[in-house]
Design a protein around this ligand. Structure first.
Ligand SMILES: Nc1nc2c(ncn2[C@@H]2O[C@H](COP(=O)(O)OP(=O)(O)OP(=O)(O)O)[C@@H](O)[C@H]2O)c(=O)[nH]1
Ligand SMILES: [Mg+2]
Ligand SMILES: [Zn+2]
Ligand SMILES: [Zn+2]
Length: 418
């Protein structure tokens, strides 16, 4: 099916619409461009923005949304601005031309979502781009502004930890929209693939708010993949394996409980996809333990979570299995194997990851003295790119031993408990 025949999901309000019903916004008047339609209050956009000031723009009109341009019926000027029929936000041109994949990033409060997004985007832009031959381009100005102001400047510029993400009830949560392109050279052929990546940084506690259920329902239901972040410090059984200085001083709040949040997400997805009991969700689910740095001292020396990901520009299937088994073994060891069963029961496909965005324990409000040393942050994305057909998988000789190590650990845990 060509892109134009597929419905389009708005990356701002997550409403799905047929492409032909995408609308256009008049370019308006400007020096050298003649007199276009004057700005007026767009009540649909004002509703989304919660303000009429930013929503005072030239009018929106109907035309064939499968095309890249249309003529304004009122002023006869040509316009390239396409807007979502439901919320009237402008749809980035690249977003309309390439198949989009919405990756939903969720997790309980304080699980490390904002830090993870910042570091992942930074890595994609700097280190991973050259290895994977990908390029990452922000699709709209808001994404560029937000990345710079809210993520890159404090974290990479000033080495300060990020503030708690504000609830969507008090601030609009702009999703970050990126175009990820990949060029592959196969013998004498050059092959370009691209996808748009929509990342929506939720405030952990919002997932439990009744007034915001609608937005999250649309967001989660529209997702082509989910990355669910779990803070191991919030798993009761894991406490003994974590570095004491990393443990939270205050009481665990219910908003921070990963198992509660996972069940809320799952229930939301099940109702959004109208699943019957016994049916499993088809959306690939990546479950990643964040802050793995706090656990590394307790892991055996040969654990795959002490090794860097093999940099082969492909998905290393042996390494992938080794990490999955390692995390699964840890869950069993912590008596959270119920989580694995729950995932098996509800998702057709899930995979475990272990990563650290910062690479070390922060000190006060700052990144630790070693600086930001990302560890395996790209792993979930590589798995998803492989699932989306954008990245090959290979078996690395020698990593078989790693897989055995993971299994060995699992066996040892079974024996210990049995
Ligand atoms: N040790 C360690 N701590 C981390 C890491 N990433 C984040 N943290 C800690 O976790 C805290 C929360 O991280 P955030 O990224 O703000 O978490 P969040 O999920 O966005 O939180 P909310 O916006 O409040 O829902 C940070 O302030 C750090 O103290 C990591 O890689 N290692
Ligand atoms: Mg946050
Ligand atoms: Zn006009
Ligand atoms: Zn919309």
């Amino acid at each position: 099916m060509t892109v134009r025949a597929q419905p389009i999901t708005c990356p701002y309000c997550f409403t799905m619409s047929p492409r032909r019903s995408v609308r256009f916004r008049c370019q308006g008047g400007a020096p050298g461009r003649g007199s276009g339609c004057p700005p007026e209050v767009d009540t649909v956009l004002a509703d989304y923005l919660g303000s009429t000031v930013a929503a005072t723009l030239p009018p929106v009109f109907d035309a064939d949304g499968r095309r890249q341009r249309a003529e304004c019926p009122a002023c006869r000027q040509e316009t390239f601005k396409r807007v979502c029929p439901a919320c009237h936000n402008q749809l980035p041109a690249q977003y309309c031309e390439t198949p989009g994949k919405i990756v939903a990033l969720v997790g309980a409060k304080n699980s490390g979502k904002s830090t993870y997004i910042s570091v992942l985007l930074h890595e994609l832009e700097h280190r991973l781009g050259s290895e994977l031959q990908t390029s990452l381009v922000a699709c709209d100005d808001r994404t560029i502004d937000r990345y710079q102001r809210d993520f890159a400047k404090p974290l990479f510029g000033e080495h300060r930890l990020l503030p708690t993400t504000q609830s969507a009830a008090t601030a609009i949560r702009w999703p970050m929209v990126y175009l990820l392109s990949r060029t592959r050279h196969k013998r004498f052929r050059r092959q370009d693939t691209s996808l748009t990546l929509v990342l929506f940084d939720t405030a952990g506690e919002d997932l439990g708010r009744r007034d915001l259920v609608d937005l999250h329902l649309r967001y989660l239901t529209a997702a082509d993949a989910i990355i669910f972040l779990v803070d191991p410090l919030e798993l009761p059984g894991a406490a003994a394996d974590t570095r004491a200085e990393a443990r939270p001083a205050d009481e665990h709040s219910p908003d921070a409980n990963p198992l509660h949040v996972l069940s809320r997400v799952t229930e939301t997805l099940r109702s959004g996809h109208e699943l019957r009991p016994g049916q499993r969700l088809k959306v690939p689910m990546a479950i990643a333990l964040t802050k793995i740095d706090v656990l590394q001292p307790s892991l055996e020396q040969q654990s795959p979570l002490h090794r860097p990901r093999p940099r082969t520009a492909e998905l290393d299937a042996d390494d992938r299995e080794a990490v999955h088994e390692q995390v699964r073994a840890m869950m069993h060891h912590w008596h959270t194997e119920g989580l694995d069963n729950y995932l098996d029961h509800n998702y057709a496909e899930h995979a475990f990851f272990g990563l650290s965005a910062l690479g070390g324990i922060p000190e006060g409000d700052s990144v630790g003295p070693g600086g930001i040393r990302p560890y395996r942050v790209e792993d979930p994305l590589l798995w998803l790119l492989h699932r989306f057909g954008m990245l090959e998988a290979s078996r690395s000789a020698g990593a078989g031993g790693l897989r055995e190590a993971g299994r060995g650990l699992l066996e040892a845990n079974r024996r210990n408990r049995g």
